[in-house]
Design a protein. Structure first.
Lengths: 323, 396
């Protein structure tokens, strides 16, 4: 599939997944991929405190947009900030700050769960409608919460039947159920529990929210380890090449190689199980051994991502075979 | 207690063990490990789980939310009969709403008040969706099990929180809501409140009504009226729960992964608890990679580079040895990669140990399969406990 077409298949990609699976890394990778394809990207962080800006070698994001890389901008979006924006846009500028300071948002959101979520989603929707960028990427809350988050406009219909919040909910539902406007990219790692959870999340998102799912991203896959190694083989190689390898070092070399083989096999099983249970194309990103993720690592991931999108069938989401 | 604590002390002597940490680090598993080991040491143990993975839930006999403990047959957790002393093991899966309903019924003056609250829409929202309610109810369930008596060891899993401290704050959250100035005004009968409420509050209420509709405001007013007279009970209960957690027989165990962010969070959590005079007694770093020797990463990478150079030399000459050089270079690169992971993890772990004070610290390696049955729980236990060596039962 053409990369630019993939990146513009929806105006908003919501990146969702269980905590610790690398949602932020994938968001940064998607941003770099789309920017590489010539699109302007706006990353919106809705939960604060992530390493997103660090992936671009920049200080943490704030409410004001900042440039993270050429064609990539980033910002945060918290309920308090969204409420102030909302009130200001509705002619209540004078009391907006006071409402937030007095803890009134706490009061209102206790009365109406999903209130905070709808404020954030509403703001997302207005960014989308104003075409803030070619592609808006949302670094969503962790999995279980992502469902609550995206369910909030429907849930609110029960509690709030009139007024601007109700209107807001309707408009957000419209955005979420239009595949050309919004898609969810699910992220997981090839391990048993995360795979089970992402399958659950996927079906819930489809059934209960009706949002279009993009390809599933399987993160932190070990590279193919090749054939098994043995101490004898290592010694033989060393002799042949005329280099010295101590028995202990040979043991370490083999142990590390075997560990990788074992993990690789387990990961393959889990990724295949995911493919069998969830009929979505998969994008598999490699596990990176480097300490911290920065621009060079994100560039590597973006290149892998782009190559795999390239291999996707053009018209519809089919099953992808990954080498 | 100047000497360091061990996990044997915790599982053998403590009455309450709270497992906390960020999501995805294996808290629920660790909670189950503690309860099972407690039972093996002759204690009457119960584990309160929150949203366990399906297979672990099956192991614990938890098919659905069950608000009362369910005892697990000894045959299941000690099939070989190797436990030094046979205690009892029970489990439950927290049902937040039922727990809250039960609490309301306890403090309501009569059935009528209970019904008025349970049927209120605002209450339904608070009892299921107010952030912190799940944490609060976990603590409440713990207190209830403690009050009922009978259990020597109560192990509590905590909901995954973005900020590990959230759950400690949870019992106070509801009372803070009840104490809110605006709500206090709302609680007054309508006319009276209109008379005394300041213009600012009236303006606020009008704004809220404009944004969310008057129905919501009506629900809230109805809820607080229905709740009248119960705040004191709730406040006292929250105080008792916190007091119970501060007792020396209560123990906090922080579970972490060797990733930088998880370790940072764990250390921060331990420090904040210590400030509240609640020391963390155990720190468990889960899913640690093996070390694979002790050679430096740089040296190994240099070795791989040299071999790669040999490979191109060989390729230029006769072609002999090129494949061998490449193969060996790959093995060195792979070892260097894992040594790098290991060094980084050990660096993070050393940092957390330095900040752990007298807490017990344990590292649990990556196990070759998911931990969900009693054999695997016992295997994790081997990295925590010393006194009672556990022979995993092999079936067949």
């Amino acid at each position: 599939m053409d990369l630019a077409r993939f990146c513009s298949s929806a105006r908003v990609f919501i990146v969702a997944g269980k905590g610790g699976v690398g949602k932020t890394t994938v968001t940064a990778t998607l941003a770099a991929t789309a920017a590489g394809a010539g699109l302007s990207v706006l990353i919106v962080e809705v939960e604060g405190k992530s390493g997103l800006a660090a992936c671009f070698g920049r200080p943490p994001l704030g409410y004001e947009e900042t440039e993270l890389a050429p064609r990539v901008r980033g910002r945060t979006l918290t309920p308090d900030e969204a409420l102030v924006d909302y009130l200001e846009a509705h002619g209540m500028r004078r009391i907006s700050k006071r409402l937030v300071r007095s803890g009134a948002l706490e009061v209102v959101s206790s009365a109406v769960p999903g209130m905070k979520d709808i404020l954030v989603l509403g703001k997302m929707k207005s960014l989308e409608q104003n075409r803030a960028a070619d592609l808006i990427l949302i670094d969503a809350p962790a999995a279980g919460h992502a469902i609550t988050f995206l369910m909030s406009p429907r849930g609110l219909g029960d509690a709030v039947r009139v007024g601007p919040v109700s209107k807001q909910s309707t408009e957000v539902i419209e955005m979420l159920s239009d595949p050309a406007r919004c898609q969810v990219i699910l992220v997981t790692v090839p391990e048993e529990t995360p795979v089970n959870e992402v399958v659950d999340t996927a079906f819930q998102l489809e059934d209960r929210i009706g949002v279009q799912l993009g390809p599933a991203v399987v993160n932190a896959c070990y590279p193919d380890p090749g054939v098994p190694a043995s101490v004898d083989e290592v010694q033989q190689l060393a002799d042949e090449l005329g280099v010295f390898v101590s028995p202990r070092e040979a043991g370490d070399l083999v142990a590390a190689a075997e560990f990788r083989r074992e993990r690789f096999a387990l990961q393959q099983q889990q990724a295949d199980r995911l493919a069998a249970r969830l009929p979505l194309p998969q994008i598999r990103l490699p596990f990176l051994f480097t300490a911290e993720l920065g621009p060079p690592e994100i560039a590597v991931l973006a290149a892998t991502f782009a190559a795999q999108v390239d291999a996707l069938p053009e018209s519809s989401w089919g099953r992808v075979t990954v080498p | 207690m100047s000497e360091g604590v061990t996990f044997d002390d915790i599982v053998g002597d403590r009455h309450i063990v709270v497992c906390c940490g960020t999501g995805g680090v294996g808290k629920t598993t660790v909670a189950a490990v503690f309860a099972a080991e407690g039972a093996r040491r002759g204690r009457n143990a119960v584990v309160v789980t929150i949203d366990p993975a399906k297979r672990l839930a099956n192991t614990l006999g938890l098919a659905a939310l069950s608000n009362t403990p369910h005892e697990i047959d000894r045959q299941r957790w000690d099939p070989a009969g190797t436990a030094p002393r046979a205690g009892r093991l029970s489990a439950l899966m927290l049902d937040t709403k039922s727990t809250f309903d039960h609490l309301v019924a306890t403090y309501a003056a009569d059935d009528d008040q209970t019904q008025r609250i349970l049927s209120n829409r605002f209450y339904r929202n608070v009892s299921t969706a107010l952030s912190g309610t799940q944490e609060y109810m976990a603590m409440e369930k713990l207190y209830e099990l403690h009050e009922q008596g009978g259990y020597d060891l109560i192990v509590v899993d905590t909901p995954p929180t973005r900020h590990a401290l959230d759950f400690l704050d949870a019992p106070r959250r509801l009372t803070r809501l009840l104490d809110n100035r605006i709500f206090r005004l709302l609680m007054m009968p309508t006319r009276a409140y209109l008379r005394v409420a300041s213009a600012a509050v009236q303006r606020f209420l009008r704004t809220v009504s404009r944004v969310v509709g008057t129905e919501v405001v009506d629900d809230v007013v109805a809820f607080f009226r229905a709740f009248e007279g119960m705040e004191e009970g709730f406040r006292n209960r929250a105080t008792s729960v916190l007091a119970l957690l501060a007792e020396p027989s209560s123990s906090f165990v922080v579970v972490s992964s060797p990733r930088r962010d998880a370790v940072e969070e764990a250390a921060y959590f331990a420090e904040r608890l210590a400030e509240s005079d609640i020391p963390v007694e155990g720190l468990i770093v889960n899913r640690v990679h093996p070390a694979f020797g002790d050679e430096g990463v740089e040296g190994l990478r240099a070795r791989a580079d040299t071999l790669a150079a040999k490979r191109s030399d060989a390729a230029r000459a006769t072609g002999d040895g090129a494949a061998s050089a490449r193969r060996l270079a790959e093995l060195y690169t792979n070892l260097a990669d894992f040594r790098q992971v290991a060094e980084r993890e050990r660096y993070h772990m050393a940092g957390v140990k330095a900040r752990a004070g007298r807490a017990a610290v344990a590292y649990v390696p990556f196990l070759s399969r998911d931990v969900y049955d009693f054999d695997a729980l016992a295997e994790v236990g081997r990295y925590l406990f010393t006194v009672s060596p556990i022979a995993p039962a092999r079936s067949g």
